[in-house]
Design a protein around this ligand. Structure first.
Ligand SMILES: [Zn+2]
Length: 270
């Protein structure tokens, strides 16, 4: 599933390619056709992301809310656009580019008030300037749930997915099963800015890199990571491989239907 940096990249790209100009909106597949007809030819006034949600704004009160879910994609290219094929939920066409949305969990036309209500249910997003880390800390520090659960809970903190979760816990030497209320404030105060920096880097380069230069295997003449997620990471999907810091075997276990990855030596059970 795309993590928050992907949605912020899309928002940024859509602002650049389509905003402040009329766009043509269609739903070749038909499932968004009624709403698309209302928006077709209107000016896209803005695009923003909050966590894994993308919002396209038209005029004062029309917002298209998109959630890609596990399988959704939103791909752009230069015009001319080819004939639509397959399940194309929404196509945006601007002056120079088009973008095709396929397979999203959500693509719906809502009002500004509905968008605000939706955002109010989401936790602070490290990539947004309005994010308040104290709100995240309040939830974490009162909870008996493991950090592994809390960091993926989009009402606690939004935009963190499986990769950022695994890597943040590793970088701070935290056992994924540590209950939120056992985390100390000093550690949290280091984690938040680290998460912000990692995710901003993800927006900038379009992949998740979390490994410090001194731990990068390429520095030792070993090959870099080959994975469709790209980027160099410490533990995510490295089960059975040696930890880049201590050499212990990276472990994995299912946790709430997603795989967790950690180093038992660097992230000891306290
Ligand atoms: Zn280790």
């Amino acid at each position: 599933m795309p993590e928050g940096h992907t949605l912020h990249r899309l928002a940024r790209l859509h602002r650049r390619l389509f905003a402040r100009r009329p766009v043509s909106v269609s739903s070749p597949q038909g499932r968004f056709a009624g709403s698309a007809a209302l928006l077709d030819g209107q000016v896209l006034t803005g695009a923003e992301a909050h966590g894994k949600h993308l919002f396209h704004r038209y005029g004062r009160d029309r917002v298209v809310h998109v959630h890609l879910g596990l399988y959704g994609t939103f791909a752009d290219n230069a015009l001319p656009a080819p004939e639509p094929v397959g399940q194309l939920r929404m196509r945006l066409v601007g002056e120079t580019h088009f973008a095709d949305l396929r397979g999203p969990t959500a693509c719906e036309l809502i009002t500004s008030a509905e968008a605000r209500a939706l955002r109010a249910r989401l936790g602070p997003d490290p990539l947004r300037r309005d994010a308040d880390p104290d709100r995240v800390w309040e939830r974490i520090s009162r909870s008996r749930s493991p950090l592994a659960t809390l960091l993926m809970d989009q009402t606690v903190v939004s935009g963190v997915g499986n990769v950022y979760r695994a890597e943040l816990l590793f970088r701070h030497g935290l056992d994924p099963q540590l209950p939120g209320r056992a985390l100390d404030r000093a550690t949290w105060d280091e984690m938040w800015p680290d998460l912000v920096a990692l995710m901003r880097d993800g927006v900038r380069v379009g992949r998740i890199d979390t490994v410090a230069p001194e731990h990068d295997p390429r520095r030792r003449g070993e090959p870099g990571r080959k994975d469709r997620h790209g980027g160099e990471v410490y533990v995510y999907r490295r089960a059975g491989l040696p930890c880049l810091v201590c050499g212990s075997e990276v472990r994995t276990a299912a946790h709430a239907a997603r795989n967790l990855f950690w180093c038992p030596t660097c992230q000891p059970d306290r």
